[in-house]
Design a protein around this ligand. Structure first.
Ligand SMILES: [Zn+2]
Ligand SMILES: [Zn+2]
Length: 177
């Protein structure tokens, strides 16, 4: 089973053009199995970019695709998602904004962030954060999330910053570190 970042991008492009697409259409457009398409749509849906509807998929509207904190467009590579108890979902451009939203919310239920190295969605509570690295990719001061201590340290060697858990990251954002 191959998951192609390229194909995911193209799926999003198609959806930008037409708003929605059927699974069959995507299967024909890419010449892959419907299982593969479903897998990729599941990933995009998990990141809050698309929504699967019976037999097809729609692009979520623009109002839900900008960062809830700063309004910047959200890239799949950095998305941070805060799930509220009310069922509402807030999405942020990066862990910097995501942790600010989580910290301001009265009823955060669960938060997800993206492993910067591999692009996987991971639990924000369990992520390892790199705080204030030299590589300011999105919002400053930069906060990047990683799935493992090893990956975080690998990144740290090249780009500096401190490692820390979610608590430390929130303190860092509030200038208490
Ligand atoms: Zn933001
Ligand atoms: Zn950001």
């Amino acid at each position: 089973m191959t998951i192609s970042i390229d194909r995911e991008k193209k799926i999003v492009e198609i959806l930008h053009k037409q708003g929605k697409a059927s699974i069959l259409e995507l299967v024909e457009a890419f010449g892959v199995s419907s299982m593969t398409i479903h897998r990729e749509l599941d990933k995009l849906a998990e990141a809050g970019i698309v929504q699967k509807k019976h037999g097809g998929v729609v692009l979520l509207t623009h109002s839900t695709t900008g960062c809830s904190m700063c309004g910047k467009p959200i890239s799949e590579r950095m998305v941070f998602i805060v799930q509220l108890e009310s069922g509402e979902q807030k999405r942020a451009c990066c862990a910097h904004c995501g942790l600010m939203i989580q910290n301001q919310s009265r009823d955060p239920l669960n938060s997800l962030t993206t492993d910067y190295l591999h692009g996987h969605i991971i639990s924000a509570d369990q992520a390892v954060y790199i705080l204030g690295s030299d590589l300011a990719i999105c919002c400053v001061p930069s906060v990047l999330s990683f799935g493992s201590q090893q990956d975080a340290e690998k990144f740290q060697k090249g780009f500096g910053g401190k490692t820390g858990n979610i608590k430390k990251a929130i303190q860092f954002l509030h200038g208490r570190l």
